[in-house]
Design a protein around this ligand. Structure first.
Ligand code: 1WB
Ligand code: MN
Length: 342
């Protein structure tokens, strides 16, 4: 079922058995990370998430996934190692596993260069080794950008220890996708009940908080050309932008926030792009395109966590001009993630 436009889905999850095995160990160890309900279900088949059978969909790349892409006319998936990536492991394990995952990703793209592209992972636990892997992933493996799953051991990217990673992403001219994971220990308290730690709410709170921290810290004065991508319809940050902007300027005036060269709204407009992953409300899309411009919004499915058919139907029926739909469906992805136009 080919579409009127090339369809490139940009937040599509995969895993490899080696990472899954390590996450199964995390599942079986004691702990109270907000990621554990998901990890215990997906990687140790415990009831709840375990009933949803996500692991098969994550590990499979060339079977069911390609068949489903064919069935619904998805031309390309931009793949990324699924949350929490390697960010719960010790630095050595994490570094070893990201290299392996990036190699496998490059191999599957090599076998299907018209169907897959990929975001490289790295281990923020060691910024120095992360930068080496980032350079290898782009220069040798020819991957298309980077993904990080929000906080690492409860620390956020505005921490100067992570700046070499941001510097590398900027220097390589590669977009950094900040994908959710369970909220950090300081943030997770009231999200524990009612399933709120999940993609229902906690994920957005975690990544939204991360994005606002980055803007308010002033780090985009240091990395003016850095592009950050956030999914799930911008994790709602741009719906808040007027108020973030107003209140941040007040905080700057009274000395509660660092002085910045640009306003928060200007940073969001310059340094952020968003995707529709797992958020299929036409009104939210219309607002996003009007607020940010059609050049800054990309389509995504969030495979295998979200079904493909409604994600395609949503964008086919979206209240956008054909010119804007072409941007959201594929042209922005081609530009931002260095994907060769068809
Ligand atoms: C779900 C969604 C789980 C996402 C995930 O695990 C990720 C979920 C890493 O719907 O339960 C996601 O990317 O939105
Ligand atoms: Mn996702």
């Amino acid at each position: 079922m080919p579409g009127k436009f090339r369809r490139i889905a940009v937040e599509e999850a995969f895993s490899i058995p080696e990472v899954a095995r390590e996450l199964q160990k995390v599942a079986r160890a004691p702990g109270d990370s907000a990621d554990l309900p998901l990890i215990r279900g997906v990687y140790d088949a415990q009831p709840g998430y375990g009933d949803l059978k996500f692991l098969d969909g994550l590990i499979d790349l060339e079977g069911r996934r390609l068949a489903e892409m064919d069935q619904y006319g998805v031309d390309m998936q931009l793949l990324s190692l699924t949350a929490p990536g390697v960010q719960m492991f010790d630095a050595d394990t994490a570094c070893e596993l990201v290299s392996l995952a990036n190699d496998r990703l490059a191999q599957v793209i090599g076998r299907h260069p018209h169907r897959f592209a990929g975001l490289a992972s790295f281990a923020p636990q060691s910024a120095k080794r992360a930068v080496k892997e980032m350079e290898r992933a782009i220069k040798q493996l020819k991957l298309n950008g980077f993904i990080v799953n929000s906080h690492t051991h409860n620390e956020y990217l505005d921490d100067p220890k992570f700046w070499p990673i941001l510097e590398a992403a900027e220097a390589l001219n590669c977009c950094l996708y900040i994908h959710p994971r369970g909220a950090s220990d300081g943030l997770k308290g009231p999200l524990r009940e009612y399933g709120m730690d999940s993609a229902m709410w906690g994920y957005g709170v975690e990544v939204g908080t991360h994005a606002v921290r980055m803007m308010a810290s002033g780090l985009f004065d240091r990395f003016p050309k850095l592009t950050i991508c956030i999914g799930h319809m911008g994790e709602a940050v741009h719906f808040w932008l007027w108020r973030i902007n107003f209140m941040n300027s007040r905080s700057q005036k009274i000395g509660r926030a660092p002085k910045t060269q640009l306003t928060m709204a200007e940073y969001f407009q310059r340094n952020f792009v968003i995707t529709t992953s797992g958020h299929e409300d036409p009104l939210a899309l219309e607002y996003s395109v009007k607020k940010l411009g059609a050049d800054r919004v990309m389509w995504a499915i969030d495979y295998p966590y979200q079904p493909t058919a409604p994600a395609v139907a949503f964008m086919d029926a979206a209240p956008l001009s054909d010119a804007d739909k072409a941007k959201v469906y594929h042209q922005n992805a081609e530009r931002i993630f260095h994907i060769k136009p068809a």
